[in-house]
Design a protein around this ligand. Structure first.
Ligand code: DGT
Ligand code: CA
Ligand code: ZN
Length: 587
């Protein structure tokens, strides 16, 4: 598993680990006692490596049983889980220069270098840092040098391009928590998430929530008093903004019930979509804004988004499509794609088990998938060269095959497919020999190493192997962490089409790879997309929600998606593909 690619199972663990690691960084920059610094680092590492849900340990009163976590730190974990804050951390960051705090977020730039640059060059913020990178003074500091500074510069560039981006998974979790809270406390007539989250963008800048209520004051109060609020940016009669302890901003708007539909349409956006609707309205001598639809300045009643679209002569447009990418034109002709839904997904073709770096047994993964209503999963553990992820030897894979055969006898109407996530090696060869691949139902081929070595050529070479069914996370990007490898997707898509290979839409919220634009391009070329969660724990199977969000943004329909097919169909097609291949070889 890539460092930082957490399973949902341990997301909270990671949040707390990040706080401890920031505390350690700040203490280190402040030249505090190294013993203290190390205690926080150790705790951060322990939490990152922990294979159980921290909240579960709290419930069992077992927090201080974590190796590397003492009583004092256990108390802080407890505090975070109860209140959403750690007092010590709040104090530290309120006193620590904001500019230096920001520098800690930059990849390849550690607390020691920050402390050095602050002391010797009086670097206090990002602007200062950019100056000392440019004028060469940073590289002249003891222990620095050109190469190191170049890496820091790359870290700064990436930081600047992704600054303020919140992952959809994080934003959606927070938004749903607040919606639940307001629904329970404020008796709203209606409530919805709006903005880019409702459109399921892969990252968002803030969290928008819309409420219909006749008591806006109590809504606003319940909103600003909720846990996890660091700062109330504004709180008016019908609008409020807060900043949360995780840094995210949440905007709440309260409207009267008769304005809800128009407001929801407006605040869902996108801006480009709204602009298009407004000009369309104008052509029909109508006016549309967040308060409603108007004819000659008289308001026309509208009771739903459907109703408003209808008045504009359009069929209802799903939020994920509202980007002004041609959806309005199609809605005019009633020719919108019938977007894929959660119920269309029949299985997951890329999940891990504890044979490699997963947290759970094959049986648990299968039971969870069956409970979700799936018909199948493919266990695709890592191949032998994947040392980073406890990749399987040939013997271990044979053992896994036997286990799956015996487990399959115990399930009715559910099938565990035998698979592997096979590394594409630096020369384009696959990490398992054909005689092993031949025994498996599903082969996902992925690049996990040597990202700079001809990724396009390697993927194309791997696709010559007729056992390959899916190219895993085709660009290798990690959102907000690293750009993808420099792969020529048009070539990969063309080859995929020739060879009948699917491309993955990896649903892990840090990957979402292919992204919406690329997945649409792939669909337009007629190839199949596999929406896979790459689950490393049972909970991660729920990542499918994010994959479906991106798929809908990519206009994907049931027919475009490999795992909307029954497993019989998938296996039959595979057999046919193999037969054709063999015939060609014999000729
Ligand atoms: P982001 O950047 O991830 O927060 O993206 P959005 O789309 O959530 O943008 P945001 O939060 O600034 O605004 C929410 C929605 O409100 C936006 O999608 C459309 C609507 N909106 C905001 N400002 C304008 C505007 O100036 N004109 C129009 N037509 N709509 C706007
Ligand atoms: Ca927004
Ligand atoms: Zn995987």
């Amino acid at each position: 598993m890539v460092k930082g690619l957490k399973s949902a199972f341990t997301m909270k663990n990671q949040e707390i680990a990040d706080i401890f690691s920031t505390i350690a960084d700040i203490l280190e920059i402040q030249n505090e006692n190294q013993f203290k610094v190390n205690a926080y680092r150790k705790a951060a590492r322990a939490l990152t490596d922990l294979n159980v849900d921290i909240e579960q340990l709290q419930q069992q009163d077992q927090l201080s049983s974590i190796p590397g976590v003492g009583k004092a730190i256990a108390k802080k974990i407890d505090q975070y889980l109860n209140t959403g804050k750690i007092q010590k951390y709040e104090e530290l960051i309120s006193e620590f220069p904001k500019g230096l705090l920001e520098l800690l977020k930059i990849q390849n730039l550690g607390p020691k270098t920050i402390a050095l640059a602050a002391k010797k060059l009086n670097v206090q913020n990002l602007d200062d840092l950019l100056v000392v990178i440019e004028n060469g003074s940073l590289s002249k500091l003891p222990g620095m040098g050109e190469k190191k500074v170049q890496k820091i510069k790359a870290g700064v560039d990436y930081y600047l391009s992704s600054r303020g981006n919140i992952l959809i998974s994080q934003a959606l979790t927070v938004a749903e928590e607040i919606v639940r809270h307001l629904a329970e406390t404020s008796n709203p007539e209606d409530i919805s998430i709006a903005g880019s989250i409702r459109r399921m963008k892969e990252t968002v800048h803030d969290i928008d929530i819309l409420v219909a209520s006749k008591q806006p004051k109590s809504c606003i109060k319940n909103f600003v008093d909720f846990k996890g609020v660091r700062e109330v940016i504004a709180a008016g009669e019908t609008k409020a903004s807060i900043r949360r302890t995780d840094g995210s901003q949440v905007d709440l708007r309260v409207v009267s019930p008769e304005n809800f539909a128009a407001a929801l349409l407006y605040f869902t956006g996108s801006k480009a979509h709204n602009v298009k609707l407004r000009s369309l309205a104008k052509n029909k001598s109508l006016k549309i804004n967040e308060y409603g639809v108007f004819k000659n300045d008289r308001k026309i009643a509208t009771d739903s988004e459907e109703d408003i679209y209808r008045k504009l002569g359009l069929s209802w447009i799903a939020p994920e499509l509202r980007e002004d990418r041609g959806e309005v034109e199609l809605a005019e002709e009633n020719r919108l794609p019938v977007l894929i839904n959660r119920e269309d997904i029949l299985g997951d073709l890329h999940v891990h088990s504890n044979y490699s770096d997963g947290h759970h047994s094959i049986e648990s993964m299968a039971e969870s998938a069956a409970a979700m209503g799936y018909q199948y999963i493919a266990i695709c553990d890592h191949s032998k060269s994947a040392n980073y992820a406890n990749g399987l030897s040939a013997e271990k894979l044979e053992q896994q095959i036997k286990e799956i055969d015996s487990l399959n006898q115990r399930f009715d109407n559910f099938k565990i497919l035998k698979g592997a996530e096979v590394d594409i090696l630096p020369d384009g060869a696959l990490d398992f020999p054909d005689n092993l691949l031949q025994q498996l139902d599903i082969i996902v081929a992925s690049i996990h190493s040597a990202f700079n070595q001809n990724p396009t050529e390697r993927i194309l070479t791997a696709m010559n192997n007729s056992y390959v069914d899916i190219i895993g996370h085709p660009t290798g990007r990690l959102i907000n962490q690293r750009q993808g490898y420099d792969v020529d997707l048009a070539k990969v898509v063309e080859k995929a089409q020739q060879k009948g290979i699917a491309l993955e839409l990896n649903a892990h919220p840090l990957r979402l790879d292919l992204n919406d634009v690329d997945a649409k391009m792939a669909k337009d070329s007629g190839i199949k997309i596999a929406i896979n969660t790459d689950a490393h724990a049972t909970k991660d199977l729920n990542f499918i929600e994010f994959g479906i969000g991106v798929a809908r943004r990519a206009w994907l329909e049931k027919n475009d998606v490999l795992n909307c097919q029954t497993c019989q169909k998938i296996l039959n097609n595979k057999r046919k593909k193999q037969d054709t291949q063999n015939e060609m070889l014999e000729k």
